[in-house]
Design a protein around this ligand. Structure first.
Ligand code: ADP
Length: 392
């Protein structure tokens, strides 16, 4: 009996300890499983954080505005790519003061104002040196929950293009006013002289009226050219592209200008081969040829020759040129010749009724056709204007 009891006890103890071991093992497995889950979720969290940081960095760097973040001590914490490009920063500027990093006293001043003002907007400044860019800076203090300043963020907008457009607009208005005022004051002057008694002399009356007529014509041309330029620049003129024969188009323009050429004993030669087709708006193409041939007559030499030629060039394009044997254009003026109102000899251009817009119109029309215009000239030998068009 005692043996039986001991056997039962031993068996019971074995069963109990086996059961405990089983439970321990299960517990261990459960713990290991949870450790694995925890490790995986930790890894996932790290990956998510890295992904978020990469996204924020990409966003920060893709911003067109330059951004600079300063820490509490006023040292650079972060700069984005736009700011690096704008200031042409080569080295790492982190931990530097704004003066050390960007070397602009105006920015230093702006940072000094921030603790009191919290937000400073619309500070315009121009970068020194060849860079010469115009920037608008907006700055804000970074505050903690207690309202204490913990740093600053500066955002830089590039105003260079806007400034450039504004300057061009102002220059244009000044030029137009000047161009309008000159013939108007001449007309007024002649009219006043006639009214003061000169009208009683038939010879003077006739001469003055002709001068008044000449200047009114000039005003009309100027207004027409201004309207054309503004329509071309505003893309308001749709090009009606069709197959045109360049030889025929040149013949038409030459006929229109024959009388002008004869006044100066200039010979006009159409050397464009017969049946040279191009894709163009016939009316606009005639305007281009008219302006170039008229200039060649006006600014070429008396009894000179103006030849109009053309032929195929690379990429299925056709090149057309207008060549004169006049005094030529100096190299420095060649670079500016297509600018609005640019003239090599202002007095001469006015004398011949020029508006200073003819070549600018030529350039716009050729570009609207997908072509390019260029000038080659040698002083004392002559000038060649050429442009390209798509072949048809
Ligand atoms: P404009 O109305 O004054 O003729 P354009 O824009 O047609 O204006 O020409 C600009 C300037 O370019 C002219 O004032 C003239 O000084 C110069 N120019 C144009 N064509 C020639 C040429 N074939 N030879 C010499 N100078 C030229």
């Amino acid at each position: 009996m005692p043996y039986l009891l001991s056997a039962i006890f031993v068996l019971g103890w074995v069963a109990l300890s086996f059961g405990w071991r089983l439970r321990f093992r299960r517990l261990e497995e459960t713990l290991a499983q949870e450790r694995r889950v925890l490790a995986e979720s930790h890894k996932q969290q790290e990956e998510d954080a890295a992904q978020k940081q990469a996204e924020q960095q990409a966003l920060f760097n893709s911003m067109t505005e330059g951004v600079l973040v300063l820490d509490q001590a006023g040292r650079v914490l972060l700069v984005n790519q736009s700011l690096r490009d704008c200031f042409r920063l080569q080295s790492d500027v982190r931990h530097q003061t704004i003066m050390e990093a960007l070397r602009l006293q105006e920015l230093n001043e702006l940072i000094r104002r921030l603790p009191a003002e919290r937000i400073v907007q619309g500070l315009e400044l121009q970068l020194p040196g060849v860079n010469g860019r115009w920037l608008e800076v907006n700055a804000a203090a970074v505050l903690d929950r207690g309202g204490n300043q913990r740093g600053a963020i500066l955002v830089f907008h590039d105003l260079t293009r806007l400034k450039h457009l504004e300057n061009t607009r102002q220059e244009f208005v000044a030029n137009v006013s000047h161009e309008l005022r000159t013939p108007l004051s001449l007309i007024k002057g002649f009219a006043e002289t006639l009214l003061d008694g000169a009208k009683n002399d038939p010879e003077v009356l006739d001469r003055f009226l002709r001068t008044i007529e000449k200047h009114t014509d000039r005003l009309t041309y100027l207004i027409e050219d201004l309207l054309t330029i503004s329509q071309l620049e505003g893309d308001q003129i749709a090009m009606c592209l069709q197959k045109v024969d360049l030889h025929e188009e040149a013949t038409r323009v030459i006929e229109d200008l024959q009388a002008r050429a004869q006044e100066k004993s200039v010979t006009l030669r159409n050397e464009i081969p017969a049946e040279l087709p191009a894709e163009a708006d016939a009316e606009r193409l005639q305007q281009v040829l008219f302006n170039l041939i008229e200039n060649a007559i006006k600014y070429g030499r008396t009894a000179g020759t103006v030849s109009i030629g053309g032929g195929p060039v690379a990429n299925d394009m056709i090149e057309v040129w207008v060549r004169d044997d006049g005094p030529g254009i100096p190299p420095e003026a060649q670079q500016r010749i297509f600018e609005r109102f640019f003239r090599v000899d202002r007095a001469r251009s006015r004398e011949t009724g020029g508006t200073g817009l003819g070549l600018s119109i030529v350039k716009h029309i050729v570009q609207a056709h997908g072509g390019e215009v260029c000038v080659k000239s040698e002083v004392g030998k002559g000038t060649t204007f050429s442009f390209t068009l798509k072949g048809a």
